[in-house]
Design a protein around this ligand. Sequence first.
Ligand SMILES: NC(=O)c1ccc[n+]([C@@H]2O[C@H](COP(=O)([O-])OP(=O)(O)OC[C@H]3O[C@@H](n4cnc5c(N)ncnc54)[C@H](OP(=O)(O)O)[C@@H]3O)[C@@H](O)[C@H]2O)c1
Length: 314
Amino acid sequence: VHPRMVRRILVTGANKGIGLAIVRRCMLDHSDTHCILACRSIQRGEAAVASLLSEDPAWKERLTVLEMDTASDASVAAAAATLTIQLGASSNLLYGYVNNAGIAAGTLAEILNVNVRGPRRVDCHFLRLLDPDAGRVVQMASGVATFCVSKCSDERKAFLTHPHGQDWASLDSLIEEVLAYPNGAKDLAPNGFGPAGYGYGLSKALLNAYTLGLARQHPNLKINSCSPGLIATDLFGDFIAEPFASWGGRAVSKILARWLAGALTPDEGTVSAMYLLFSEELETLPSGRYYGSDAKRSPLDVYRKAGSPPYKGP
Ligand SMILES: NC(=O)c1ccc[n+]([C@@H]2O[C@H](COP(=O)([O-])OP(=O)(O)OC[C@H]3O[C@@H](n4cnc5c(N)ncnc54)[C@H](OP(=O)(O)O)[C@@H]3O)[C@@H](O)[C@H]2O)c1
């Protein structure tokens, strides 16, 4: 394939789980793609590439590892600079990217830093590398966001579900407000954000509000968010089976997570992201939407089960 015809796609947190599964799907289903696995550990990124090459050595030319810790401004800036040097200065280096890196364990500050400020950092440095007329951004949100929003006060809910989304300044000041709570996640409920366990859900609800706002600022780009579904990964093990993780390790927690919650495989979790990256349908649809794991539109405040009718609201 002529280099100009190659569709370059960057996936953050691509060394395992859903991110790695998205890269594999690109390899299998879109022969014109080159994937950039943006990973915080080069070693883990290279191990992921090796696992892909054991399936098909011919993918070697279509895979690159890029060091990027989305929790760090300096790391994301350096990754964008490295990629620009590697690929040449052009406003059209990337066909699209997936803000997939995420965590469900850790302090509220860590979760908000990776799950909300992380995608923001990537957008600040990588949006300008997209094809300005057609570039695609996929933000990996979660169905847990809708559970969180449904438990919020009316005021918080109105903020998190505004049909135009929110600008970054408003979201950042809300993050600062939350980070200043003296009792961390325990202070979420008294401040209208639903139960303490929803710190992760809040991070994804903020990501959705941010995505809607960002899409309005960049009307030529296709910027959307999605849920992958309940997927048996390390993150899901952290989220659902924390008590078992300390007892039996990650492998056991993943098996339990799958068994307890009917979680699907990482490959099954790629449906919505692949739709948002590649579907031609998106050319005619407004962006700034949130999609469920079945690649159908979902509301921001009510959990829509995969397979049920798509959301038709504003
Ligand atoms: N699994 C589910 O059921 C589920 C449901 C809804 C949404 N999601 C979302 O799907 C996305 C992928 O999660 P997953 O389930 O595939 O989890 P996973 O298997 O634990 O993978 C998470 C990936 O994110 C990377 N990562 C974490 N922090 C990072 C950072 N600061 N910089 C760069 N990379 C970082 C991890 O890298 P390391 O290997 O270096 O840690 C790993 O590659 C997340 O955004 C998650 O919130 C998952």
